[in-house]
Write a protein that binds this ligand. Structure first.
Ligand code: NCC
Length: 276
């Protein structure tokens, strides 16, 4: 099928050459207590590649999906923030290889980040937004959420943890890509954790299956599968450019409508697939 005319058709393969490589903060990026605590090992080794990868949104439409068994068959499973698996295995599975966390989850006491078992024995990646034009030094002196103490305590109490931080300027290069591929003007707020996860995995996976990013027929006004809270902005966006992200995902999808809107996932070829 032809790509809609608001999107260039070479996505996602062109991202490999047109966006700078996925980048986490490195020890020598700034002279700061924070970077001294960054692990010596990278988030992924160069040779860590996967056949099938699953990205599980936090969307309420996952409830009653019965997708858990299928999700657990993937070589890598990415989840977000404080989304639980315990008690929801039938719908979301139980395997987690990596979690992407926004800095609120690392910082706010309600998430009990340092003590909760949810963040142990898996890879972790955190992001915190900077201003579009901020230097790295400006960002670290006034991050959006003050995650620094909790990052350091977590690393000190879990010295073998593989817990990295996205380079804040990388988020803006992703935003530039979304804006360049969207006719409408999007607000200058960084992409959601979901789009960051896709960008991180495209270079490492042959195929990336994304669960309930495009809402299926189980569509509801609730926000999360693990909460009763009603909030449609979680699905369509109010701060992140969610609608633009989702249109891009749909454009790169190779699954039939039945799979996207009935079963509840779409499939995007990674850079290692024959399509790219
Ligand atoms: O809701 P959130 O998002 O944790 O969801 C993770 C990713 O799943 C996709 N999603 C989620 C819900 C939904 N109904 N449809 C979806 O497609 C999105 O791609 C989303 O990125 C975040 O991106 O980190 C975010 O985090 C929450 C919140 O901070 C955490 O859940 C912790 O409570 C943000 N909400 C608020 O700050 C109120 C949300 O804006 C972004």
């Amino acid at each position: 099928p032809q790509a809609p005319n608001n999107v260039k058709s070479d996505w996602p393969c062109d991202m490999a050459s047109s966006v700078e490589k996925f980048r986490t903060l490195e020890k020598n990026d700034i002279d700061h207590m924070l970077t001294k605590n960054i692990p010596d090992v990278p988030l992924f080794d160069d040779n860590e590649v996967f056949g099938t990868c699953a990205i599980i949104s936090n969307a309420a439409t996952l409830r009653n999906s019965n997708l858990g068994y299928f999700i657990d068959q993937h070589d890598l499973v990415l989840r977000f923030n404080n989304a639980p698996t315990k008690g929801y295995e039938k719908d979301v599975g139980s395997k987690t290889t990596i979690r992407i966390l926004n800095s609120q989850v690392v910082t706010k006491p309600q998430f009990q980040f340092v003590s909760s078992p949810l963040y142990k024995r898996l890879k972790l990646l955190m992001w915190d937004p900077s201003n579009y034009t901020s230097s790295i030094n400006e960002w670290i002196t006034s991050p959006e959420h003050n995650f620094i103490d909790n990052y350091i305590s977590f690393r000190k109490s879990n010295p073998r943890s593989n817990f990295h931080i996205v380079h804040p300027q990388y988020l803006w290069r992703l935003w530039d890509y979304i804006q360049d591929h969207t006719t409408a003007h999007i607000r200058r707020n960084p992409p959601s954790s979901g789009f960051l996860g896709l960008a991180m995995l495209l270079p490492r996976c042959t195929v990336v299956n994304m669960f309930e990013f495009i809402p299926s027929e189980r569509m509801t006004h609730r926000c999360h599968y693990y909460h009763e809270k009603v909030d449609v902005t979680c699905t369509f966006g109010i701060w992140h450019p969610l609608a633009a992200e989702k249109l891009l995902m749909l454009t790169a999808n190779t699954m039939p409508d039945q799979t996207v809107f009935h079963t509840g996932f779409l499939s995007i070829p990674g850079y290692k697939s024959p399509i790219c």
